[in-house]
Write a protein of this length. Structure first.
Length: 371
């Protein structure tokens, strides 16, 4: 079959690589010029990710990562309040992205093309590109994330995401730039600090090219903070030029005054180690936390997958694994059944899974939401 995929991040690539391996003619449309290499940090590799890689014959990619040997909770004075020996491995987002991309033929990954919309007839599904082209497929998959345009066909009355009332401030420092006060208590661990309405956490991830040798890794920190209501969200997502962004501000877009306010708040609220990494980050970035729970994952010949179908809280560390699970189920159904029936079977199996993970994430994030 000829299959079109909207969105060429991890969700789109899980599906594309598996479909190509099954002999389908796959075309991925990714709006980002030049693809997404170099954009990601680390990722907790859950079992679904190993499974996709195993099916593609590249399981080794998920075995190369940085291991945090224990989970620790810091007290505000920097002492260790609790320790749990829970080893966890962070694999390289870029390594995973690159491994999946290598399983999609170059002529099937169209970077720099934005999809304006999708539609379908009884016999075909169509992708409309922003440049005016209309391209027909046997099946179209929306792996276009939180701002999905494909939702407008599958769940037309449920396109929006619900803001959870808090945001994730983030930083990613080369290991060598982490101050000693932080490296001595944070490295080789998955560290947390809990405060009323907030949470800081951090862990080492591979270097920009997948390096895992000490000295060449990066430290990834996240500080969840409330930014209540529409006004709080708009203020947080206003860039240095005064433009309001819908979901996040990338590196370089946060105004200097907001960065300085974040540093000041860190000095007042965080333990010395987390304070030091927030202060050392020259260019913090921020992602608002949203929920989205659609009641449908497919309609006719068009399916939703990954964040386009369900946006779950990052505390689950399951966003990518959920997308991998969606992709495996969808590809398995397309192997057994004609397209429309396959999509019905896919939805029946994955809707309850998405709902379960979404509910779990809301529970984990409850204490972070404004009252
Ligand atoms: C703070 C934070 C931390 C996280 N940590 C983890 C973690 O540790 N582990 C984990 O598993 N998950 C994590 N996640 C979740 C993870 O990022 C996603 O859930 C996962 O990558 C699945 O993404 P996706 O491919 O479905 O969507 P996205 O990654 O959102 O990709 C959508 C793609 O579609 C493209 N696109 C969108 N619209 C169009 C269009 N109209 N035309 C063409 N292209 C388009 C976009 O450019 C993008 O590349 C985290 C999320 C957050 C916010």
């Amino acid at each position: 079959m000829r299959i079109g995929i909207v969105g060429g991040s991890l969700g789109g690539l899980f599906a594309a690589a598996l479909l190509h391996a099954d002999g389908h003619d796959v075309h991925v449309y990714e709006r980002t010029e030049g693809g997404l290499a170099g954009r990601g940090a680390g990722l907790v590799a859950q079992h679904e990710i190993f499974e996709v890689l195993r099916r593609l014959g590249t399981e080794s990619v998920a075995r190369v990562g940085v291991v945090a040997y224990e989970r620790v909770v810091l007290a505000v004075d920097g002492s260790i309040a609790s320790t749990e020996p829970t080893p966890q491995m962070q694999v390289s987002w870029d390594g995973l992205y690159g491994a999946l991309l290598a399983h999609v033929p170059a002529h099937g990954y169209h970077a720099g093309l934005t999809v304006a919309g999708v539609e379908q007839s009884a016999t075909q599904a169509f992708i409309h590109l922003a440049d005016g082209q209309r391209i027909g497929f046997d099946c179209v998959i929306g792996a276009d994330g939180l701002g999905s345009v494909v939702r407008s066909v599958v769940t037309p009355t449920q396109r929006d995401n619900h803001y959870a009332g808090y945001v994730a401030w983030r930083g990613l420092l080369p290991e060598a730039e982490v101050p000693p006060v932080a490296s001595s208590s944070l490295f080789e661990r998955f560290a947390f600090f809990f405060m009323p309405g907030g949470q800081a956490l951090g862990y080492l991830v591979p270097g920009p090219n997948g390096e895992i040798a000490p000295g060449r890794r990066r430290y990834n920190w996240v500080w969840y903070r409330q930014a209540a209501g529409v006004a709080g969200l708009r203020q947080t997502l206003t860039d240095a030029e005064g433009r309001i962004h819908p979901y996040s501000l990338a590196r370089g877009e946060v105004p200097a005054v907001e960065r300085d306010a974040l540093r000041l708040a860190a000095r007042e609220a965080l333990p010395p180690a987390f304070r030091a990494v927030v202060e050392a980050e020259p260019d913090p970035f921020v992602q608002a936390i949203f929920d989205h729970e659609g009641t449908r994952m497919a309609s006719g010949r068009i399916a939703l997958l990954g964040d386009a179908a369900f946006v779950v809280r990052p505390h689950t560390a399951m966003g990518a694994a959920k997308a991998a699970g969606d992709a495996m189920t969808l590809v398995g159904a397309l192997r057994r059944l004609p397209v429309r029936e396959a999509l019905v079977a896919y939805e029946a199996e994955r809707l309850p899974v998405g709902r379960r993970i979404a509910a779990y994430g809301r529970q984990l994030g409850e204490s972070l939401q404004p009252a």
